[in-house]
Design a protein around this ligand. Structure first.
Ligand SMILES: Cc1ncc(COP(=O)(O)O)c(C=O)c1O
Length: 372
């Protein structure tokens, strides 16, 4: 049986592990090294200097690559991975189509770094038709699906078809779903990017990023960009990420189940004005989500009546932490409008479901809703 035929838990547990050899560890520890022994020619050994390569990176890159179905390059942050995809690919006269309701950091790179360089930047909503319509002459399209925080969904295969017809490429930010929830490369995307800081690592204790591609030349350019820019992962964090991958399927299953159950429960609450979750049957993009996703991920968005009401709710939570970021085993929530970067209502809450018992999360949310 090939690795790809195995189930998600098996793949996550075994991804990137070395072959069974007498006397070697089942799970190798981190290799902490700046220089490696390198005698003679510069490529006489697989590793020479710690900014160019490290065996612990290689192991976790193989693991993510197996889950994504591509060749993976690890970076020191999700934003380093974003910049490695966007900056070398786009110059004066090129066209970038980028979703306006995705991660604000990506929009910032487009606005502050690429547009001043003469790149034509077209911001579009996360809506398949709108993205496809904007793809005329596109060099690269960047989408995030489900988008965050609005949790809209775009049809990856349809957008890939549209941008490829123009000779361009599609990159998908797959942070929310993770490679076990959605496989952008199988759906036609050219690059799948991850902030490993979120559900991929899932313990809220590291900042890392990764990009997977199928074009080996692009992978080589991403590695060269990483060596030149120095946006590298520390080997210890890389090892922690690999260790965390073993439980990805378990975590994601619980988090996704909690998120969907809470979304259904929240919409019955009188205090809640609106609930967003791609798993709800009346979500406008539910059919696309069902078609292209294996699980809907840990996020739920819901709206309370104004900023003050939302802040009182957050202050009243006992189990759930008020914090940004998402995808960790501990549930978190925040009033997203506090950042001033997303087009959401003042009372909009982004809730990230963790691995706690559903009844305990419901009890905490209920008491905070009733208190506030
Ligand atoms: C969807 C998404 N993409 C990219 C990033 C950037 O990743 P990092 O914070 O690891 O640099 C984030 C961070 O919040 C994110 O949520």
């Amino acid at each position: 049986m090939s690795d790809q035929q195995r189930g998600p838990s098996t793949r996550a547990v075994h991804a990137g592990l070395p072959p069974a050899e007498q006397g070697t560890p089942l799970t190798p520890g981190p290799v902490l090294a700046a220089p490696f022994h390198l005698q003679g020619a510069k490529d006489a050994a697989p590793y020479g200097y710690g900014r160019d390569g490290n065996p612990t990176w290689t192991a976790v890159e193989q693991a993510i690559g197996e889950l994504d179905g591509g060749e993976t390059v690890l970076f020191g942050a999700g934003m380093a991975a974003v910049c490695a995809v966007l900056e070398p690919a786009l110059g004066p006269g090129d066209v970038l189509v980028v979703v306006e309701d995705g991660y604000p950091g990506v929009r910032g790179v487009a606005r502050d770094r690429l547009a001043p360089r003469g790149v034509e930047v077209r911001f579009v909503p996360t809506d398949t038709e709108a993205i496809v319509a904007a793809c005329e002459g596109a060099t690269l399209a960047w989408i995030e699906t489900p988008s965050n925080p609005a949790l809209d969904v775009a049809d990856i295969a349809a957008v890939a078809g549209a941008v490829h017809a123009q000779g361009g490429r599609l990159a998908v930010d797959n942070t929310l779903a993770t490679p076990l929830g959605q496989r952008p490369l199988d759906l036609g995307a050219d690059a799948a990017m991850l902030s490993a800081t979120k559900a991929l690592s899932g313990h809220s204790d590291l900042v890392l990023g990764a990009v997977s591609v199928r074009d080996p030349e692009w992978a080589a350019r991403l590695r060269a960009h990483r060596s030149q820019g120095g946006a590298i992962a520390g080997p210890f964090e890389a090892w922690m990420l690999h260790r965390s991958l073993a439980t990805l399927a378990l975590r994601l299953e619980r988090q996704s189940a909690n998120a969907l159950a809470l979304a259904r429960w929240l919409r019955e609450r009188p205090e809640v004005l609106d609930v967003r979750h791609p798993g709800l049957a009346d979500h406008p993009h539910h059919a696309i989500a069902v078609r292209q996703m294996q699980s809907f991920g840990p996020l739920v968005g819901f709206t309370l009546d104004g900023a003050e009401r939302a802040q009182r709710f957050l202050a009243g939570l006992e189990l759930v932490a008020e914090a940004t970021s998402f995808g960790g085993v501990h549930s978190t929530a925040e009033r997203r409008a506090r950042w001033g970067t997303d087009a959401v209502a003042d009372g909009f809450i982004r809730f990230s479901a963790g691995c706690e018992d559903l009844a305990d999360l419901q009890a905490d949310l209920a008491q905070a809703l009733e208190e506030g």
